[in-house]
Write a protein that binds this ligand. Structure first.
Ligand code: AMP
Ligand code: GLY
Length: 427
């Protein structure tokens, strides 16, 4: 089968790496990919939002199966666009239509969806420029801290946790005043929930589903969860505090109502749903939905999946997930993300990466890299995700951290505390 993966990050390298392990994978393409995907697949120099060129590449390379990695093309309707191409009727696509992707593309949509279907989430209200005064008054009457979320995609920067009323009101004015462009036309103001977060991944064919291994992401740049948010500095799977009884609650109170809600709303959803959860007093609440896999969570989730990934993807598009058994390794996977100097603010690109060949006991997933003149160069904020699997959390952490220490480039940064908080729970 000929397969195309859209995207250019560590998530897409992990997908490509896993797919090459399948006997069903005949030819593999990644658009646009990175230096890591080029080692296991053929990169195509096409942007993820260039739908016409993607359709043409699908024709040219007789692609049978398409996996859409990032959210932007999903929210912009790539699946709908390709479905309208009369000569691509047989193409199998993993990823929701624009309507389904609204779970991620509009916070207001996802809050209304959860309210409609009785899914536990923080209390909230949505405001627009026309209701700014009501929003400012709402902030005065609600407890601090309070969470403000730009409705649309804002590259991970659209959420502010305001500690003071002044900050909350300024944030509301700024967001509704165009700070995030159209993404801030609506702002969701939400109750702050105090708890511990984890990410759960559901693969659905529109009827049945598989719950993939859960993961914990480390979002802040600094150790001890300090400093600004990033795309993700590391991840661990499994998450020890997500025990069987908690995961059962998540399945009953969140996963099943979400999938039933999509069906009741007439949305055929075939793809991944990433549920950002917070555990408060042993009860799960949804912080957000994403319409795709997480990055760097994919780099710890996929290595633990033992079922053929191509088979899983095909079953998703054929509505036959119930016919497959999901097999998961009991090992712990830890990934440490090595990022460029300056990240998550302005950062340097084009630094030579060395000592990749010295890495042992890890899989090095490339995130922002570029192969040029025999060198591998940094080409993004997040550069590499170094994943280790081991029988214990401690060993997986040690191997992943050793690799992060070994690899070199000017300005390299990484967090040295990935997974350490979980050792406490494991004892
Ligand atoms: P998001 O962009 O929706 O993933 O939000 C970014 C981060 O903000 C989340 O990972 C949480 O750490 C935090 N967050 C979002 N909503 C809430 C909430 N209602 N209560 C507490 N923290 C939140
Ligand atoms: N790691 C968080 C995300 O993929 O959105």
């Amino acid at each position: 089968m000929n397969i195309l993966i859209l995207g250019a990050g560590g998530r897409e390298h992990a997908f490509a790496w896993k797919m090459t392990q399948s006997p069903l994978c005949k030819a593999l393409f990644v658009a646009p990919g990175n230096a890591g995907t080029a080692e296991v697949a053929t990169n195509l120099a096409i942007g993820v939002n260039d739908f016409e060129s993607i359709a043409n590449a699908i024709r040219e390379h007789a692609i049978d199966l398409l996996i859409v990695g990032p959210e932007e093309p999903l929210v912009r309707g790539i699946v709908d666009f390709l479905r309208q191409q009369s000569d691509l009727k047989k193409l199998k696509i993993v990823g929701p239509t624009a309507e389904g992707a609204q779970l991620e593309g509009s916070k207001d949509f996802s809050k209304a969806f959860m309210a409609r279907h009785g899914i536990p989430t923080a209390a909230s209200q949505t405001f627009t420029a026309d209701t700014l005064d009501a929003g400012l008054a709402y902030l005065e009457n609600h407890a601090l801290p309070i969470v403000l979320k730009a409705d649309g995609l804002a590259a991970g920067k659209g959420v502010v946790i305001a500690e003071t009323l002044v900050n909350a009101q300024d944030t509301l004015r700024n967001m509704l005043g165009g700070q995030f462009g159209d993404a801030g036309n609506k702002v969701v103001v939400e109750q702050f929930l105090r708890g511990i977060e984890l990410s759960l991944f559901v693969l659905t064919d529109g009827k049945s589903y598989k719950i993939l291994p859960e993961a914990k992401d480390y979002k802040r740049i600094g150790e001890g969860d300090t400093g600004p948010n990033t795309g993700g500095m590391g991840a661990v799977s499994p998450v020890v505090f997500a025990n069987e009884s908690f995961l059962h609650k998540v399945e009953e109170k969140i996963v099943k109502p979400t999938l039933l809600g999509l069906q009741q709303d007439g949305i055929l959803y075939q793809g991944f749903i990433f549920v950002g959860l917070i555990k408060v007093n042993n009860e799960p609440f949804v912080i957000e939905y994403n319409a795709r896999m997480g990055d760097p969570e994919t780099e710890v989730v996929l290595p633990r999946i033992q079922t053929d990934l191509v088979e899983l993807m095909v079953a998703t598009t054929d509505g036959e997930l119930d016919k497959l058994t999901l097999r998961v390794s009991p090992q712990t996977a830890v990934t440490t993300v090595v990022v460029a100097g300056g990240y998550p603010d302005a950062y340097q690109k084009g630094e030579i990466i060395s000592d990749l060949e010295r890495l042992e006991e890890v899989t090095a997933f490339h995130a922002g890299t570029l192969a040029q003149n025999g060198h591998i160069l940094t080409n993004g904020g997040r550069v590499l995700a170094l994943t280790a699997q081991a029988n214990s959390l401690e060993n997986a952490i040690r191997r992943s951290q050793n690799a992060a220490r070994t690899v070199q480039f000017d300005g390299k940064q990484y967090r040295k505390d990935i997974g350490l908080d979980l050792i406490r729970y494991a004892d």
